[in-house]
Design a protein around this ligand. Structure first.
Ligand code: HEC
Length: 434
């Protein structure tokens, strides 16, 4: 069994993909273009969830030496992926639905020798990309501080980076933990950074001078702040029970179990607790990437409530809660934006302008618009709930897996972190400015 640390060091070593490796600026189909070739339905939604979360499904994956991958080669690749990220591995993000034989047979039958037409990654003058200091890093999450500086987690280099947008200069901020593996970051009202350290199973808080660390006892995925100066994280691979962990103002750590998943609690392969956000009423919302549920926990009463998404394998990923309490969920597998009204429990699925975009993260801006970063389209969308319409902003890079976004409330600038692993493009963050 290989741990994700091994997987990530493989990425760091800089992999060679034979002659089929596409250049990130080359005229190439997007990952969405490739995914269009696969027949729609639950098998495809599950495949998108299982197989496009680290790297895109692109020419590097679909082709070998410029020709279609054979069924045997697919089988071998799926076997390897299951080895380091399958249900029984140390980083179980892939569900129990993938098998070397059946996945390989489905892929080679579906693709045949078809290839999407190559096309230029278009550009938009409103997007500016900033190259990360370490090209092989994975800038995972972004946050904007009160001075408009951008705080980024360097997941592979184990450090934090502070970008001064005016000069484009990054300053490296060390974390005093071996192989810190920083993933998520949020900034509280006092300007302190709350950083999730995955493998060390810690949360680290930085006050601009020094760090305080908290052992949370789980590999956490996300961090959400509460109104009393504390924070919450969720256990990415906790299953029975799925866990939230609270760190209160005094630094006390307490685990809170959530309602079991009816199917996935009892066996490996899910439900994969994912995003965690605080709503305007102080309740905590969590998504299950593989479990297809949204859970809301009320710290005041200790009660949790579950909402199941109507489309199986929707893949609720990094959602946001608007100031009106409405929850906006990017459905990664289903390729839609889901609006959940917590008052009525009503759910509406909204189609995106690009099919198979693999919407990854949503963030609500100051005017109620919903920004959506995608894993497969190399594009950013903004949904206007009043007009019920989308704006599409193409990103200039192939491999722009937008894992996270933060909106600067003062300027309205939208910051994006691209995090493909293994990546086609040198690591970067991007800004959208009107
Ligand atoms: C946890 C992250 C992760 C997930 C999930 C993942 N991969 Fe990968 N994939 C990688 C990494 C890292 C590499 C490069 C290292 C390697 O090939 O072993 C890679 C490489 C590949 C390659 C190229 C291999 C080659 O021989 O050139 C293919 C094809 C591939 N993945 C397909 C898949 C499929 C299909 C799935 C779903 C079953 C999947 N990946 C899920 C991380 C992942």
């Amino acid at each position: 069994m290989r741990s994700i640390a091994t997987v990530f060091s493989l990425s760091l070593a800089g992999l060679v993909f034979g002659s089929s490796r596409p250049d990130y600026r080359a005229v190439e189909p997007s990952s969405s273009d490739w995914l269009h070739l696969l027949p729609d339905g639950p098998v495809k939604r599950q495949f998108i969830l299982d197989c496009t979360g680290c790297h895109q499904f692109d020419s590097r994956m679909a082709l070998r030496f410029g020709r279609p991958r054979t069924e045997g080669e697919w089988k071998e690749a799926v076997q390897r992926m299951l080895g380091f990220a399958g249900p029984e591995s140390g980083f179980p993000v892939i569900s129990a639905a993938q098998h070397p034989d059946s996945t390989a047979a489905w892929l080679s039958r579906a693709l045949g020798d078809r290839k999407p037409d190559p096309r230029d990654p278009p550009s938009d003058p409103r997007i500016t990309e900033f190259l990360f200091p370490a090209a092989q890093d994975l800038p995972h999450d972004v946050a904007v501080d009160d001075d408009g500086r951008v705080v980024v987690t360097g997941m592979f280099t184990g450090a934090m980076y502070l970008l001064e947008p005016q000069s484009g200069r990054f300053t490296r901020v060390e974390i005093p933990v071996e192989q810190a593996n920083p993933r998520a970051v949020e900034i509280d009202r006092d300007g302190r950074w709350w950083v999730v350290l995955g493998n060390p199973q810690q949360v680290a808080r930085y006050d601009g001078v020094g760090w305080t660390t908290f052992n949370v006892g789980v590999y956490a995925h996300s961090v959400a702040l509460d109104s009393s100066g504390g924070a919450w994280v969720n256990g990415h691979f906790t299953r029975q029970p799925e866990l939230l962990v609270s760190i209160d103002r005094q630094g006390n750590v307490r685990q809170v179990p959530l309602p079991d998943h009816p199917v996935l609690a009892g066996r490996p392969g899910g439900p994969v607790p994912y995003e965690l956000r605080t709503g305007p009423d102080g309740r905590l919302w969590m998504s299950e990437l593989q479990g297809n549920r949204m859970i809301v926990h009320d710290p005041a009463t200790g009660h949790s409530k579950v909402f199941e998404l109507p489309t199986p394998a929707s893949g609720p990923r990094r959602f946001d809660v608007g100031p009106d309490g409405v929850v906006w969920i990017p459905a990664y597998g289903a390729g839609s934006l889901v609006r959940l009204d917590p008052g009525t429990g009503q759910i509406r699925e909204i189609e995106l302008p690009v099919r198979d975009a693999a919407p990854y993260v949503a963030r609500v801006d100051g005017t109620g618009g919903v920004w959506i970063g995608t894993g497969a389209a190399d594009a950013l969308f903004r949904y206007d709930p009043v007009a019920d319409s989308f704006e599409t902003i193409p990103l200039p890079t192939r491999g722009a897996v937008v894992r996270h976004m933060a909106i600067d409330p003062r300027s309205g600038d939208v910051w994006l972190a691209y995090g493909e692993s293994p990546g086609k493009a040198p690591a970067r963050v991007a800004r959208f400015r009107r």
